[in-house]
Design a binder for this molecule. Structure first.
Ligand code: G3H
Ligand code: 13P
Ligand code: ZN
Length: 313
């Protein structure tokens, strides 16, 4: 089947009480590992590219990799999504360039400015059959192009969500309930907590409407341990407990974003392989276990966190 937008995926996820995984892709091995897992588990999937990914791999390479994925896995629905679109121009370039879904991240702007830029993207996207994710509230965390300090992070205000959705026409909404980007989500000794009360209040005000959770890696301890065992420095890496993500997936949350756990799995596999095989230098040798680790991480998420294994049809 051709690339799909997120409309049908989210309708089924909402009704079925599960969430679709949105995994960040930056190269061929990551795309293949994710798609291998989703094909085997018969799961729908969102492959998402950040602005940083487009800078690293180039737009055309990413689109062609994902087009290859639909040839390799024609039986599962795959959406190609822009993660954290920083402005209208980036969203437009992705819409014009083959993406089926975009996020416009106006969460750092004032409420009115966020509405204005989000509506502009929605108007352009909907005319072309592309779905749009907006964001209200700010997550903490640091990545290439997403950098929000802890002081500037703020929970979503449920009293704003209805007006935001009505005035912009977005298809889904990312909210901030205590998740954050990256591998250091909580301080040692701090009890991980998510504001399910805010999620409940948002869902009450937006019945049937798909909610998105960013910063949802659990920072899988087994991979952190392997990275540390083989020389990596990742003290105090802490993620979202899996039972909380599971709870979120059964609610109005229809899309769960995972990047850091892929990075950890891939890095653990490469570090281990190179440490155990110091004479090897063929990238295919150490990228094969890296790709297998991506597949393992995604398989685990589909079955144990998202609940979307077997939901492709
Ligand atoms: O939320 C951001 C994603 O993890 C992408 O990170 O901007 O480093 O590609 P990136
Ligand atoms: P993690 O850093 O928790 O994997 O979050 C990824 C994300 O939200 C991408 O948009
Ligand atoms: Zn994010």
């Amino acid at each position: 089947m051709p690339l799909v937008n997120t409309t049908e995926m989210f309708k089924k996820a909402y009704e079925g009480g599960y969430a679709v995984g949105a995994f960040n892709v930056n190269n061929m091995e990551i795309v293949q590992g994710i798609v291998d897992a989703c094909k085997e588990q018969n799961a729908p999937v969102i492959l998402q590219c950040s602005a940083g990914a487009r800078k690293y791999a180039k737009h055309a390479y990413l689109v062609k990799l994902v087009e290859a994925a639909i040839i390799d896995a024609p039986e599962i629905p795959i959406a190609l999504h822009l993660d954290h679109g920083p402005d209208f121009e980036t969203c437009k370039s992705c819409i014009d360039g083959g993406f089926t879904s975009v996020m416009i991240d106006g969460s750092h702007l004032s409420f009115e400015e966020n509405i204005a830029v989000t509506k502009k993207v929605v108007d352009y996207a909907h005319e072309r059959g592309v779905t749009v994710e907006g964001e209200l509230g700010q997550l903490a965390g640091i990545e290439d192009d997403v950098n929000v300090s802890e002081e500037n992070a703020s929970y979503t205000d449920p009293s704003q969500v209805q007006e935001f959705v009505e005035r912009t026409g977005v298809d889904s909404l990312a909210i901030a309930i205590g998740t954050s980007h990256g591998a250091f989500k909580f301080k040692p000794g701090q009890k991980p907590q998510l504001r399910f009360d805010i999620l409940d209040e948002v869902s009450k005000r937006l019945p049937g409407f798909p909610i998105v959770l960013h910063g949802a890696s659990s920072v899988m301890p087994d991979y952190v341990a392997i990275i540390r065992q083989y020389g990596g420095k990742m003290d105090d890496a802490i993620g979202i407990p899996e039972d909380m993500l599971r709870q979120a997936a059964t609610s109005a949350v229809c899309k769960i974003n995972i990047d850091s756990d892929l990075r950890l799995g891939l890095t653990a596999a490469v570090r281990k392989y190179l440490a155990e095989n110091p004479t090897h230098f063929d990238p295919r040798q150490y990228l094969s276990p890296a790709r297998a680790a991506i597949k393992d991480v995604v398989t685990h998420k589909l079955i144990n966190v998202l609940g979307c294994a077997g939901k492709a049809n």
